[in-house]
Design a protein. Structure first.
Length: 345
């Protein structure tokens, strides 16, 4: 019976594009993390500036070549969009992995995704989210992000945290001690790999929802460390958090919401792109959470060349009531300013 069950599982995975794709993405993200750590170990980040306050390193370049080439090697008909603009002829076969995660292949595909075809899928890749912090040696923040969208909706996500270590308790990790970890999931399947798997609810509360003192505690808000502006400041002040955390990288901030370290990721300003949020949104949705822009509209992950900016910002929570409270708290003049800015893009 065990052999039959295993065979059935393998056959099911072989017939499911989404499971096979997710298994490939998990393996590629892990390989990319190894490459990122190797760049740090080399002592030469290969830093260049793509534009104002927009750095790129050799780690970004190697990780993107790894992830995109590894995906396309198995799924040549997919649309895969990466953050970095690289010469397609500059491919290194040594960076590619042909592995697939056995853990993912053992999963059953959610029914609503079982008939998805390659033509329906867009994969969004941020090979090293948090490059600015990475270039400064703030290694707790960078992540490798792979988001899977179907019909413009985020449905699958992989967040690889390359410098995580089981012994890390606080501060910036040591590259020598890092092993990395990978968080992954599909809408309808759930999320795997979290350190503190939680049900939606306030980060400041325990599992006891009847504790009056806990219920009175305010929000923990996580927001930008490196891209602050007046729109962010006005919004953070308006929602009156009990605790404000500033951190680098959209992937890291969404991960902190997923693991209950923050109630809301609040960034009501242009800055993030679709490759910054697709993976995290899919994982939030898989846990019953929500990610919208500051106006409350859902993001569209269809591929429209050149239209990558989340122009009305990002609000992400695990708890839907918290999400509504935060949206209601964002000042109307902030939304008006965002909409005026959006008309210029």
């Amino acid at each position: 019976r065990l052999l039959i069950d295993r065979y059935s599982c393998m056959m099911s995975a072989e017939g499911s594009l989404m499971i096979r794709l997710l298994a490939t993405c998990v393996a590629a993200a892990g390989r990319a993390g190894q490459l990122v750590r190797a760049v740090v170990e080399s002592g030469n980040l290969g830093l260049v500036e793509k534009g104002f306050d927009d750095p790129q390193t050799e780690a970004d370049r190697r990780a993107q070549r790894c992830v995109i080439s590894s995906i396309l090697a198995k799924f040549p008909g997919l649309t895969v969009i990466g953050e970095e603009t690289l010469d397609p002829s500059d491919e290194d076969q040594k960076l590619i992995t042909h592995d697939q995660s056995a853990e993912v292949l053992a999963e059953k595909c959610p029914a609503h995704l079982s008939a998805v075809q390659e033509k329906d899928v867009v994969v969004w890749v941020d090979p090293l989210d948090g490059t600015k912090e990475f270039s400064k040696g703030l290694l707790q923040y960078p992540t490798v992000l792979i988001g899977i969208a179907v019909g413009g909706k985020a449905v699958g996500g992989v967040i690889h945290h390359p410098f995580w270590s089981p012994s890390l308790t606080s501060g910036s990790p040591s590259n020598a001690m890092a092993t990395g970890r990978t968080i992954w999931g599909l809408v309808g399947m759930g999320v795997r790999g979290l350190l503190n798997p939680l049900q939606p609810g306030p980060a400041s509360s325990s599992s006891s929802s009847n504790n009056t003192d806990q219920e009175k505690k305010g929000l923990t808000v996580i927001t930008t460390m490196s891209h602050n502006n007046a729109l962010v400041d006005r919004s953070v002040k308006a929602v009156k958090p009990e605790k404000l955390v500033r951190a680098g990288g959209s992937g890291y901030k969404i991960l902190m919401v997923l693991e209950g370290e923050a109630d809301v990721y609040l960034f009501p300003t242009p800055g993030t792109k679709k490759w910054d949020t697709c993976a995290g949104e899919a994982l939030l949705l898989a846990m019953g959470g929500t990610l919208t822009d500051a106006r409350g509209d859902v993001l569209d992950y269809s591929h429209v060349p050149g239209r990558y900016l989340n122009s009305l910002g990002v609000v992400a929570t695990l708890d839907k009531d918290t999400h509504k409270t935060v949206l209601d708290g964002i000042p109307k003049d902030v939304i008006n300013d965002l909409q005026k800015m959006e008309s210029k893009y």
